[in-house]
Design a protein around this ligand. Sequence first.
Ligand SMILES: *Cc1c(COP(=O)(O)O)cnc(C)c1O
Length: 387
Amino acid sequence: MIETHLTTELADLAAAGLTRRRRVLESPCGPIAAVDGREMLNFASNDYLGLAGNPEIARALAEGARQWGAGSGASHLVSGHLAPHEALERGIAAFTGFPRALTFSTGYLANLAVTPTLAGRGDAVFADKLNHASLIDAMQLAKANGADVQRYPHNDVAALERQLAASGARNKLIVTDAVFSMDGDLAPLPALFALAERYDAWLVVDDAHGFGVLGAHGQGSLAHFNLPAAPRIMLMGTLGKAAGVGGAFVAGSATAIEYLLQKGRSYIFTTAAPPAIACALSKSLDLIEHGDALRANLFARIAQLRDGLGGLPWRLLPSPTAIQPMVVGDNEAALALATALWERGLWVPAIRPPTVPKGTARLRISVSAAHTEADIARLIGALKELS
Ligand SMILES: *Cc1c(COP(=O)(O)O)cnc(C)c1O
């Protein structure tokens, strides 16, 4: 049977308690999720500003579909680059301060466009060990293209410098998450930028979790650290998290973006996103830029949660972002805690190895500007009760 080895592997996963299942939501993304006829308080989504259910954005999407139809019909370079895509690119460039930006249907595709396009034979990639899976896959593609790839211990600037100093590569790329997805901590971007300058390297920054959240006007992690929109920085941001819609962008110098447009296979060989998505995203960008009140609420909720969880037996990682991981340690214990919360109407995902290192299974609490003070108090109360 052609499927025999698949069945065996699926059984192995089940035996290890690692089978994953999807929950079907019977409500839009928001602080309350209807699941199996129950109302769950949702701490699982990446909708950090609560924009996924925003009616103004939904209206822009509907109006965009009315005006521009359902599909783009082709890739950007053939005939799928419509006026709303162009307007969104310009809006993102202006907002991030880079000369130019390209948009993609997903962050996964955006990451696949950058590293393997900039690094091939004779080049070297230096990547943080805790980078997102899409950056890891991008790095593997660069390796298949002949690049030398090296990973440095998480946020270890000294180790990275040793690798850079020892490399004879023609073209070097430092690749990092700006906010790490399972830890919520920040990359030391100013130190990484200084190394990029010293060793004449590119700095590729994945700001999936910083864009819209950190820095003045939610411009992201570069703004948070007051870093310039320098030509050696390639900034990637996703538009399905804080921006609440879907898609991604890469922003950079006019030359670097033109190079991606000409050579990035995951830009070239895929159909452009529906133009209505670009209409919705232009509205979202506007709400982000004028969203200081949303961010103020988000950071107040984060502070409330961190205050409230002090003194519990589990270690809250020192995260300044909307991702608040609480390390339980043991896989079964983390799962049992998530299940006990679920039974109390609280949806907080347990994250286990191999997504996180062995012995650090955790709850990954995602805070949103849409959460109320009472929502956070309810989660704190339940965790205290379960401790
Ligand atoms: C979510 C995420 C991505 C992928 O973005 P999608 O738009 O969901 O494909 C890339 N990098 C990081 C760090 C992410 O968290």
